[in-house]
Design a binder for this molecule. Structure first.
Ligand SMILES: C[S@@+](CC[C@H](N)C(=O)[O-])C[C@H]1O[C@@H](n2cnc3c(N)ncnc32)[C@H](O)[C@@H]1O
Length: 203
């Protein structure tokens, strides 16, 4: 779990996330990251996934911070300059083999989460993967005290925030032709959820 300014969380979780992602992204050539934050995962992706062109992005209000954080790491082939992307607005026109976002679903409103799934379905190549990391609730699992407290704190801070239910995301995904193919347990009661875009085109 992390707050927007919590740099150490991204440092702490990057290794387990990319250890898990490596096999899923072995064949990917292009990845779009949403809500890149301070660039920690983008920078690490360049190291761990050298075959991937990692296009990170941020909501316009936070783009400058991300761009500044990565200015010494820009590489047109593998780590191009971050794009401005609010998932509720226009998306880049390119197609991506995978779309990745860490710790964004509980920060975004439900409307924005729905826009994320809709946009991802449009921008993924056939068989492309949507990979979301973070805390999620799941009816098949007893919620941890830490995530329950985090969810309460989020909702007290902003009623539009909150930990999302895995089943609700699966339903949203299905509406857009995405089928969940992985639900991986990660440290600190987080999960890595992966959906695949079925077939040639579903949008
Ligand atoms: C908790 S931070 C996570 C940052 C980074 N991914 C990490 O794991 O450290 C949540 C991120 O979601 C982004 N975000 C929130 N709403 C968004 C939206 N509508 N479109 C795109 N990004 C959004 C924020 O700008 C922020 O960078």
């Amino acid at each position: 779990m992390s707050g927007i300014g919590d740099l150490s969380a991204a440092e702490r979780n990057k290794r387990p996330i990319f250890d898990a992602l490596a096999e899923w992204l072995a064949g990917a050539r292009t990845v779009l990251e949403i809500g890149g934050g301070d660039g920690t995962h983008a920078r690490y992706a360049r190291q761990r996934l050298p075959h991937v062109r990692w296009q990170t992005s941020e909501a316009p209000a936070h783009l400058r911070r991300l761009t500044a954080a990565l200015v010494d790491a820009h590489d047109d082939e593998r780590l191009p300059p971050p794009l401005a992307l609010d998932v509720r607005a226009a998306w880049p026109s390119a197609q991506y083999d995978a779309i990745y976002a860490a710790n964004v679903a509980h920060i975004m409103s439900e409307e924005a989460v729905a826009a994320l799934f809709a946009g991802a379905a449009r921008r993924l190549t056939a068989d492309g993967l949507l990979c979301l990391y973070g805390p999620f609730f799941d009816t098949e699992e007893v919620p941890g005290e830490g995530n329950l407290a985090f969810d309460r704190a989020l909702r007290a801070r902003d009623a539009s925030m909150g930990i999302r239910r895995r089943e609700a995301l699966d339903a949203l995904a299905a509406d857009h032709g995405l089928r969940r193919i992985a639900r991986l347990k990660m440290p600190s009661d987080n999960r890595l959820l992966i959906w695949r875009k079925d077939g040639a085109n579903t949008c």
